[in-house]
Design a binder for this molecule. Structure first.
Ligand code: SF4
Length: 138
């Protein structure tokens, strides 16, 4: 009986130490990623067809965010409407509230206030991928 209890204790302590060690290692190797990549990916069609010249939508989103604009980048599946959405996400000035009145006055080239609110919400460091998806589709 004692042998069973000792075995359980040793295994329990080993599991606890391993869990703590894994937690700190994961924190040390954590990769910080620009949250706009998730937003851009969310507005892409998600076909992962490679028509844009990249391996998939995620790679295309990363390239757009890295470039900071959409010059020379295009998603033939989503077309111009998708690229307009990507532009809105990538243009920080477009998130400025000063651009919102132009959109409300019916100027189709103005920035959508809903997108501005979504980008501002990204400023919260605890934004997570499911939340980003929910923001984009709401
Ligand atoms: S062309 Fe569009 S749908 Fe196809 S992989 Fe590129 S971004 Fe995704």
């Amino acid at each position: 009986m004692n042998l069973i209890l000792i075995s359980m204790g040793v295994l329990g302590v080993t599991a606890l130490v391993a869990a703590i060690l894994l937690y700190f290692v994961s924190q040390f190797f954590k990769v910080e990623e620009d949250p706009r990549i998730d937003l851009v990916q969310a507005v892409l069609p998600g076909a992962n067809c490679g028509g844009c010249g990249f391996a998939g939508c995620r790679n295309f989103a990363e390239a757009c965010v890295k470039a900071g604009n959409t010059e020379g980048l295009a998603c033939p599946v989503g077309g111009e409407p998708t690229m307009e959405e990507v532009k809105k996400i990538l243009t920080p000035a477009a998130a400025d509230e000063s651009a919102a009145p132009a959109a409300q006055e019916g100027d189709k080239k103005g920035f959508d206030p809903a997108i501005a609110a979504k980008i501002k919400a990204l400023a919260t460091p605890r934004a997570t991928f499911p939340n980003l998806i929910a923001m984009v589709h709401n």
